[in-house]
Design a binder for this molecule. Structure first.
Ligand code: CA
Length: 220
């Protein structure tokens, strides 16, 4: 899942970016409303975490503008502790959820997973299964024929993206976008290397190469 984090407090943003990427989200960060709108126009993320107190625009104005770009893009608001009116106005303007500052990043991650499950139509469970393989997005565990598989973070994120989109082809660009944040140094064959190591741990032909396009996990 690619999250756009809109937060002008740099130290909070850096902490959230680190914590959420440990939870398996790819987080890109911008620090103003105008940057947020430019980023979303350039490439739609999977969801937006939007601080309401921004330096250049009122956060609710940003929310309204985001809704004009996409009606379905999930938006979670970060509000001030005493911002009860902001919460109501935010929800009325189409926000999906909110967290009042200060908050527990684990709770934020859990709420983002709820949105994620809704997006991938696995609403009742945090578990995605394809054949013998099961990936639990809440527990961050993967099992193959009920045996635990230990995966490094990027391989886990890669497998999660492929399983969430089982039956569809994911392009190289879209997979790279899910694995790396903006500005991260990525070597040209990094994706192939992760695929190579992931395949060694999975049944033969579980991940198929679609030549010239990307990769897919067929539905079973
Ligand atoms: Ca702020």
């Amino acid at each position: 899942m690619r999250i756009l984090l809109v937060e002008d407090d740099r130290s909070l943003a850096a902490g959230l970016q680190a914590a959420l990427s440990r939870e398996g989200f790819a987080v890109n960060h911008v620090a103003s409303g105008s940057q947020a709108l430019a980023a979303v126009r350039a490439e739609l993320p999977d969801m937006v975490v939007l601080d309401l107190g921004l330096p250049d625009m009122d956060g609710l104005q940003v929310l309204t503008a985001l809704r004009e770009i996409s009606r379905s893009l999930p938006v979670l608001l970060l509000t001030a502790r005493d911002g009860a009116d902001d919460k109501v106005r935010g929800l009325d303007r189409g926000a999906d959820d909110y967290m009042a500052k200060p908050f527990d990043v684990k709770e934020l991650a859990a709420r983002l997973r709820v949105i994620e499950r809704r997006l991938s139509n696995t609403a009742a469970s945090s578990c995605i299964t394809v054949g013998d393989l099961a990936l639990d997005t809440a527990a961050h565990t993967v099992t193959l024929a009920e045996q635990a598989l230990e995966l490094p973070r990027r391989e886990y994120m890669l497998l999660k993206a492929l399983l969430e989109n089982a039956g569809k082809v994911l392009t190289r660009e879209s997979l790279e976008g899910r694995l790396y944040s903006w500005g991260e140094e990525v070597s040209s064959n990094a994706l192939e290397v992760h695929i190579h190591y992931l395949r060694k741990k999975l049944p033969q032909d579980f991940i198929k190469t679609v030549r010239g396009i990307g990769y897919t996990v067929p539905r079973q």
